[in-house]
Design a protein around this ligand. Sequence first.
Ligand SMILES: CC(C)(COP(=O)(O)OP(=O)(O)OC[C@H]1O[C@@H](n2cnc3c(N)ncnc32)[C@H](O)[C@@H]1OP(=O)(O)O)[C@@H](O)C(=O)NCCC(=O)NCCS
Length: 146
Amino acid sequence: MRELKLEPVLVSDDLRVALTSAGLLVDDLDGSDRSYFALVAADRRVVGYSGVETCDDEAVLLRSVVVLPEYRSKGYGRHLVELTLAKTSPSAEVYLATTTAASFFEPIGFASVQRDQVPPAILSTRQLSGLCPASATIMKLERPPT
Ligand SMILES: CC(C)(COP(=O)(O)OP(=O)(O)OC[C@H]1O[C@@H](n2cnc3c(N)ncnc32)[C@H](O)[C@@H]1OP(=O)(O)O)[C@@H](O)C(=O)NCCC(=O)NCCS
């Protein structure tokens, strides 16, 4: 894993294709409060992408987490999330919404929360307020990764 680096990237066609192919949202990628990263191998191949949406000083939405299909089930997803979390302020509360991968995020330290426990700044993101189905699981980073 040490040969993999997390690098900031701009919104690109490659990012859009990776997210669309994985069934993730692309309608709300743009915005000055959104940062994206690529997990890059030593040979410069991109293994996956992630994003962070800063909602206010206290709350951050982890989003757009995808490992390209050929690299899945090798531990890269967890590594990608952990490196991305390291980019967030230690004092910020980190949330995410997922329809399919809650059990991927649980061992990393996320736990499901009810919508009435989620700060308005997170609920008002486009993901939570409209694009994500109401049935999506909302998770909060509760503890350091195991
Ligand atoms: C979810 C995703 C990022 C995981 O990437 P990955 O590189 O395959 O994950 P890892 O190899 O680090 O897996 C870590 C663990 O999570 C499990 N896991 C992987 N994908 C999972 C999923 N979709 N749901 C539940 N568990 C999952 C693995 O089995 C593994 O468990 P193990 O350590 O007991 O073997 C990848 O499958 C993906 O890009 N999926 C499509 C997009 C998506 O669903 N993103 C998350 C929502 S934002």
